[in-house]
Design a protein around this ligand. Sequence first.
Ligand code: FAD
Ligand code: SIN
Length: 523
Amino acid sequence: MQQKIDFLIIGSGIAGLSYALKVAAHGSVFIVTKSNEDESNTKYAQGGIAAVWSDKDTIEKHIQDTLIAGGGLCDEDTVRVVVTEGTERVKELIELGANFDKNKSGAYDLAKEGGHSEHRILHYKDITGYEIERALIAQVRNHKNITILDHHYAIDIITQHHLGEVVTSQSKNIICFGAYILNTKTQKIETVLSKITLMATGGAGHVYATTTNPTIATGDGIAMVYRAKGTVQDMEFVQFHPTSLYNPGEHPSFLITEAIRGFGAVLKTIDGNEFMHKYDERLSLAPRDIVARAIDNELKTRGEDFVYLDCRHIDRKAFIDHFPNIYEKCMKLGIDPFMKMIPVIPAMHYLCGGILVNKEGQTTLGNLFAVGECACTGLHGANRLASNSLLEALVFAHRAAKKGVDTLGQLNFKEGIPNWDAEGTENPEEMILITQSQREVQQIMSNYVGIVRSELRLKRAFDRLEILYKENEALYEKTTLSQKLCELRNLICIGYLIIKQSIRRKESVGLHYMVNYHKESLE
Ligand code: FAD
Ligand code: SIN
């Protein structure tokens, strides 16, 4: 059976949900999402959402902070759009029911994070994303035009390729007609035809061995668009968060929000000495790429496994009020933050690159939009400023929705799309072929394409990944599709794009730190 829907949204994080609420008055909406309806990177956001809010702050200051963090590679127009329109979008989120903490005088309690020159982060304790996701899901559930299909995994978008036409990256006017979706409860592959499709599939943390991202973050949307010959850009800019909790064996890694450093916590080596003064005058609150690299360098030169975050001097009540989730987590592990320092290490956290979009969120493929972490809008340049991604998702969801609603009336469903052809495929003989290959991809990426890179390491990563690519394509051809197999295929594609675009960039900038091109090498 083929389903027909005006708006097909792939992903139920902040991008997909806020877009759905904007378009639902104008047509029918399906949100397909591969896990539980609220499972997403959004749900785990801690620090908050950056917006110009206080009288002390200005649009210009937020723009400058974003540009500086971005290492000179941000699209300044996009930065201006996001910062200027952001405050209005956050107000809408509050109207939809999202709560943010207020101080005693009733004003929003604005936090500060690395790279921000002002306090401007709205937050709900240290579980801001959970609160945003809760509020948006509640609204979506109550909307008569929106259907959420959880445990539905998008395999590929449908284009002229599925009608037998030869489509290459040089082809003009490639159009998205919908997507093939695997219902992971029935194992049936459904054909969903749409007039407009939104990719809102989030990040790709699991291409690395250590990440703060939940397991859904396997870069599916970016890989789907790349396979369909859409443009993917800036993949070399992979953001490692400096402070994930060092707790060997825990996957994904638990985040220790940067807002704690904004609250006064200080980074120290195992012997209790501060080190950030050696790297940046902003000390523990320097932008993320600098702090992550500084920690990486201390670990390598000292031969140690973690550094410490010292919170012992912070007021106990204020800390617990602001960071109850982190406090509880630490206490469970026997780390009382007022007695002991918290062990932390950097972990893959955010992908700055992704599906290239214009200022209306349109990809290079017709009728396909992309919003959120899977998209590359130009906002982040070579390094994202903390708490700018939730903001970017809100602003671009609004813009993409407006464009989609404006064009919907001119669009029809495509006729003659074939259903998924699974003939000749068999169930996998051994799951180990999939799970072990995934581990190998993660090891290759973590060992050779991490915080500090070199031409030699990138070449080695490329050669190793090619072997996995060939093995997995052969497996894919003959195996009945499963979510795990598709995710592995996508992770290999993401790894390939990160390495290829890293090799292509012959400079050391922002998150792409290349020893070959850096004058004062850290190694
Ligand atoms: P997500 O929220 O990740 O949603 C993606 C959705 O797509 C999910 O529902 C997923 O299941 C679905 N999906 C993926 N692939 C498929 C598929 N093939 N088929 C069907 N569905 C699919 N940013 C900030 O601005 N401030 C913060 O404080 C902050 N803290 C963070 C803390 C953590 C621990 C993490 C991991 C990230 C944090 N970020 C923060 C980043 C921010 O949370 C994300 O960039 C943002 O939430 C991404 O939203 P999104 O809607 O694009 O994607
Ligand atoms: C954090 O709370 O440190 C994460 C903020 C972000 O990723 O923007």
